[in-house]
Ligand binder design. Sequence first.
Ligand SMILES: [Mn+2]
Length: 331
Amino acid sequence: MEKLDTISRDILNFIDAHDNYLITAHMNADGDAYASCLAMAYYLNTRGKKFRIVLNDERPDEKYQFLWGWQYVEQYSPENSYAFDAAIVLDVPSLKRIGEPAKLLPERQHCVKIDHHPYEDNFAAIQLVDTQASSTSQLVYEVLSRSEMTWNLDIATLVFTGIMYDTGRFSFSNTRARDFEIAARLVPYGIKPHDIANRVFFSYSLQSMKVIGYGLANMESHLDGKLAIIFIPYAVLKENPEAEIEELANYSVALRTVEVGLFVREPEPGFFKVSFRSKGRANVNRVARAFGGGGHEHAAGCRLKSSYPELKQQLIEEVGRELQRITTPVE
Ligand SMILES: [Mn+2]
């Protein structure tokens, strides 16, 4: 707690000492990345600071447009000109996973990092990194609740949405008492949890549902039912380019017998994105790292070029090794 007080104070002083901010997060921004970026933007705005939120992603995820400050989210473009004297980098442990906007970071002593992923790059002089935190939005709450900012429905919705997203509606293994405490403080500002849940988790197009259905209908079980794989090939994605199917990652680990679930998609022929989910015992961060990716112990990802049969075989082998590790008694 004392450490949190000190780092929060450092971050708030840092913000008062600079004027013109880059805010960025990991590529393929999710609910926590958007919410934590916008919550910091909200605070900077109350302090009269200039900021731009620059992300790697081609298309922002429109379902988050109900959030305060949505209009500030922009895509990096080499044709734009950028000039920042400071940066706040959220929900991302490495320069690689920021993508193109990593080029825009000022020197280390003018960067702040707030994150809950296992530590990777040392690009910020001031760092609030806590892998026990459910979400970066929770950490942003810890900082902003130590500021003089007046809380209202807008900022409360941002923090609540980020925590709700990253905890899977307060149900994933990262959910802590602290998340319920914060939620209990935020809801009285007028938040309607069911409304945010509907916007974030239940706002599919029919097309998306059909692709999710394809994924479920073709789900495979391996390693005695301990591994499930859902694969959406390029041909299906090409037919349904707008489909929102990320929930398939969570379905991959929803089978009763499963320890590890994989959701594999092929956005370009021969290029694959893999989401790894653990039901609790397997460390999928370790598995994802074997493929050049990473993330959290119970949720991770990677992207790579391969052919599907070859990739599938390697994934099964690597998950098999991790399952071996968790079932071998330590003497
Ligand atoms: Mn996060």
